[in-house]
Ligand binder design. Structure first.
Ligand code: HPA
Length: 271
């Protein structure tokens, strides 16, 4: 299955771009997809890629984009697959395995998240330092492909501390403020209750969201370096008294997107 998809993509890449092996993979979260529009050299809709599903969340396009950014060859997911859409978890992480096979060494996972840390404000960018998997599912369950990774992969440093430092320094040189923290993933699609957000805070989360963690687990398993950046789009339930809406999330992502794009472009350059 994986080889079919990779062969299909390699053939198109070769035809359109020649010898092009992406070394960086970027997953663009809600409202953050414009980076792909800015640089697109080749785009392939998910609906045309064997074994890909179509992502249908508003604020997400559904295509794989190949481009060179600041001298680095990059593959970008403009829109990702979410577990809450009903996709099996293996489908959610399938593109990460495809990236690995295409030659990607570093993945940058981005998302929209709710702020659990009371010091965070909507449209803040948070560099992910660690995660808590509260989805009650692990994408590595099932037979293990030993050619890609171990049965019991170490998760002590999913988000490479060296790269966390690099992102921090890069942001500071650009004059972009960043936060740092732990991202907790829940399945969604309902937002959390205030009691759940309180629990998240107590167990050490700074932000909550509905993605990223399955992809990060698979990327680490497959020996890729991982950078995670959350756009804090709202204060999570109970942290503020305002009711949550997807439109507000997209609005906050829109406010952050220029800063976000500037940061990601420079991070890619510094990899
Ligand atoms: N909770 C979970 N996911 C989210 C949120 C939130 O508050 N905001 C954006 N994505």
């Amino acid at each position: 299955m994986l080889n079919n998809t990779v062969d299909f993509l390699r053939e198109i890449i070769q035809k359109e771009l020649g010898d092009f092996e992406p070394e960086v993979g970027i997953v663009l979260g809600s409202g953050l997809g414009e980076l792909a529009d800015e640089f697109c050299q080749l785009s392939i809709p998910y609906s045309e890629i064997p074994n890909f599903e179509a992502s249908q969340v508003s604020g997400h396009k559904s295509r794989l984009v190949f481009a060179e950014i600041n001298g680095k060859k990059v593959v970008m997911m403009q829109g990702r697959f979410h577990y809450y859409e009903g996709h099996p978890i293996q489908k959610v992480v399938f593109p990460i395995k495809v990236m690995k096979k295409l030659g990607v060494k570093t993945v940058i996972l981005t998302n929209a998240a709710g702020g659990v840390n009371p010091a965070f404000n909507p449209s803040d960018l948070m560099i992910i330092t660690d995660h808590i998997n509260h989805m009650n599912v692990n994408p590595l369950i099932g037979p293990n492909d030993e050619s890609m990774g171990n049965r019991f992969p170490d998760m002590s440093e999913v988000y490479s501390p060296k790269l966390v430092e690099m992102v921090k320094k890069t942001a500071s040189k650009l004059g972009i403020d960043t936060q740092e923290g732990v991202y907790m993933a829940l399945t969604g699609p309902s937002y959390e209750t205030p009691a759940e957000v309180k629990m998240a805070r107590i167990v050490g989360a700074d932000a909550v969201g509905m993605s990223t963690v399955p992809e990060a687990i698979v990327a680490k398993w497959a020996d890729m370096e991982v950078i995670g950046i959350s756009c804090i789009c709202n204060s999570a339930a109970g942290v503020s008294t305002v009711a949550l809406s997807h439109n507000d999330v997209i609005h906050a992502a829109n406010i952050a997107k220029e800063r976000f794009k500037t940061l990601v472009k420079e991070v890619v350059k510094n990899l």
